[in-house]
Design a protein around this ligand. Structure first.
Ligand SMILES: O=C(O)CCC(=O)CC(=O)O
Length: 264
């Protein structure tokens, strides 16, 4: 395994504000968070990262684990000079969030896990998807992914961002996408959730079939003090489908951490 390389956008927001780092779901890019960033940047410095071979991150050519992706995020976010960060990630980006809380508990002071879970299906479906992408490319996933990503009305209501996200998928590097699938094949932190003590918020889309409410409940049942919140009219990509609802939930959550810190 080799540590994958990822790119982080330059932070936007007040220069002395706490840093919020936002992570993508598989097949998407920083576009996923584009409408949330300005809403959070009123109070936070906000950066987003791209998966290997997606958006502007370099392609991957060797296997990596979700833990190693989390190490890469901690490494690039650490180069911003903050002693700790706040984090939110969607699906694979949420899995990275749980790994960050486990492996970098001093650096990640709170995380929001969005449309994700402690286990995302296991080896068989991910190896199957990796093989399909290596044989036929990411464009072969478009219609099925669109069906899973968006709630019934989301694409009609938000065709521009929906279309751009689907372009992120067809533009993603095939081998990097396949390597992300293989990282998810081996991902399972269910037995380790109770080790997490940092504040954790779980957001789930009411129409999400990839990470439904049961996955959110599995996390909140195991992490003491964590809580979950449903995002209505969203499926697997709530930040793009309901940016204001997601930004509001994140802002309340992060404000509760930073207020506590300021009062201490
Ligand atoms: O979104 C992820 O990071 C993993 C789940 C997934 O692949 C969703 C999809 O494309 O159908």
């Amino acid at each position: 395994m080799t540590v994958p390389r990822i790119a982080l956008t330059a932070p936007v927001g007040p220069s002395s504000a706490p840093l919020v780092v936002l992570g993508p779901s598989l097949g998407t890019s920083t576009i996923l968070w584009e409408e949330v960033v300005p809403l959070l940047a009123q109070r936070y410095r906000v950066s987003a990262w791209d998966l290997p071979g997606h958006g502007v991150s370099p392609k991957a050519s060797a296997p990596f684990t979700v833990t190693e992706l989390a190490d890469a995020v901690a490494d690039v976010a650490g180069s911003e000079g903050d002693s700790s960060i706040l984090y939110a990630g969607v699906s694979l980006g949420g899995a990275v969030g749980l790994e960050l809380l486990l492996a970098h508990p001093r650096f990640v002071s709170a995380a929001a896990i969005v449309a994700s879970g402690a286990f995302l299906g296991g080896p068989a479906p991910w190896h199957e998807r990796a093989a399909k992408v290596r044989a036929q490319g990411t464009p072969s996933l478009l219609s099925q992914s669109a069906g899973r990503w968006f709630a019934p009305d989301s694409l009609q209501k938000r065709p521009v961002i929906g279309g751009r996200l689907l372009h992120s998928l067809s533009d993603a590097d095939d081998e990097s996408y396949a390597l992300c699938c293989e990282a998810l094949a081996d991902y399972d932190v269910r037995e380790r959730l109770a080790e997490i003590s940092a504040p954790t918020l779980v957001l789930w889309g009411e129409h999400d079939q990839v990470a439904p409410e049961s996955k959110a409940e599995e996390i909140t049942a195991a992490i003491q003090g964590s809580r979950s919140q449903r995002i209505a009219e969203a499926a697997h990509l709530p930040p793009a489908e309901r940016p204001h609802a997601v930004a509001e939930a994140l802002r309340r959550f992060f404000d509760s951490i930073t207020t506590r810190r300021n009062d201490a």
